[in-house]
Design a protein around this ligand. Structure first.
Ligand SMILES: CC(C)(COP(=O)(O)OP(=O)(O)OC[C@H]1O[C@@H](n2cnc3c(N)ncnc32)[C@H](O)[C@@H]1OP(=O)(O)O)[C@@H](O)C(=O)NCCC(=O)NCCS
Length: 203
């Protein structure tokens, strides 16, 4: 079989298979864009660091033909898909650079609110976008929230990503807060972000 997989070849499931950790780290790296390089770069080292610090049970994945084509991650009980503490960053990059990079990650950090599932990342492989995979991952996130007895899903989206924001609005999310982040514009090209919340269908 050649070419990109067709939408009906894509399976959505909870939990990242261990064999796909490297692909997941690469996908996450690309989705983070400029933030990745600043906080975790250079690329090969950053991807290896992410790969070592992934929590397989904090992801919903889209796979086709044994490959990872999409991923959505969530926070639960204070732990996230990419689990990078200050201690780990200092061990990796040294006390000064490690602490600075950890501070940058902390600026981007999101924290959960009781009753809500925090979706803290979503990415679909470049050649597989616009085929409904992002939508299916969001639906699976709603299922995951419902099974956990949670009423809402929350996420953050940067102003520079209107296409993702459109997708979230179409899936029932509305903006509950917007913040300007001039201090992040020069660092990582993020001028502001919106916090969005959706009620879980069927709850
Ligand atoms: C945002 C992102 C996850 C969306 O994933 P996606 O799989 O492309 O999303 P969907 O296909 O479900 O929906 C997106 C578009 O496809 C269209 N679409 C949905 N189902 C479709 C189908 N079966 N066939 C063709 N098009 C379809 C939708 O109408 C939508 O239209 P748009 O291109 O005008 O936005 C993806 O673009 C991505 O990985 N971006 C980079 C990382 C990123 O920005 N993450 C978000 C951080 S907040």
């Amino acid at each position: 079989m050649t070419g990109a997989p067709a939408p009906d070849e894509v399976t959505i499931s909870t939990g990242l298979p261990p064999a796909l950790r490297h692909e997941a780290a690469e996908l996450f790296w690309e989705a983070f864009g400029a933030k990745s390089e600043r906080a975790l770069g250079p690329r090969a080292r950053g991807i290896a660091l992410i790969e070592r610090n992934l929590r397989e049970d904090r992801a919903i994945v889209a796979t086709a033909r044994g490959e990872l084509v999409g991923l959505a991650s969530f926070e639960r009980a204070g732990s996230t898909f990419v689990d990078l503490s200050l201690r780990k960053m200092v061990r990796e990059f040294g006390p000064i650079r490690g602490a600075w990079r950890a501070a940058l990650l902390a600026l981007l950090d999101q924290s959960s609110v009781p009753g809500e599932l925090l979706m803290d990342g979503i990415a679909v492989r470049g050649d597989m976008r616009s085929r409904g995979i992002g939508t299916r991952l969001i639906h699976a996130m709603f299922d995951c929230a419902r099974e956990s007895g949670l009423d809402r899903v929350r996420l953050e989206v940067v102003d520079e990503n209107p296409r993702a924001q459109d997708l979230y609005e179409r899936e029932g999310f509305s903006v509950v807060r917007h913040e300007q982040t001039p201090y992040l514009r020069r660092l990582i090209g993020v001028g502001g972000y919106s916090e969005m919340v959706a009620g879980v269908p069927g709850r």
